[in-house]
Design a protein around this ligand. Sequence first.
Ligand SMILES: [Mg+2]
Length: 166
Amino acid sequence: MLLMPRFLLPDVFHLTDDFLQSHQIRGIIFDIDNTLVGFRTPEPTPEVRALLERLRSGGIQIAFVSNNNKIRVSRFAKGLDIPAYHRACKPLGVVLKRVQRRFDLPAGQIALVGDQIYTDVLGGNRAGMITILVDPIDCKETALFKFKRRMEMPVIQRKKREDAQK
Ligand SMILES: [Mg+2]
């Protein structure tokens, strides 16, 4: 099922070395907004910087793939030496495939980490990647956000039920 994330995690800090090793993840594509930082946070927090550093020192390749604009993405990625793609049009797979070629890894060794099912998870699954859905950082109380969450809840609930039966 293309909307179903392979894993649910509370946040990106649960991407431990053990987790990555046990699922043979060698590359990670991160969404930015509400995945790594809240949508109002322009730069990586110290915790996020430490996470990225830990992942890289463990030999994990990293990229940022965002549907947001160039200003947002380039400011976030500034000075990190991590490839960053803006206006990626997830769930379309064009940019994801480009990153895969850059990583030079099979799709099955790349995790796509994001907070939205209809862009991040759908795009990652279509590309054959390991999809990881995290809880959105800013649970903004906008009508659009509530609507999207309502669309996502049946999928999340089903995934939780399936995990509970394992
Ligand atoms: Mg997001």
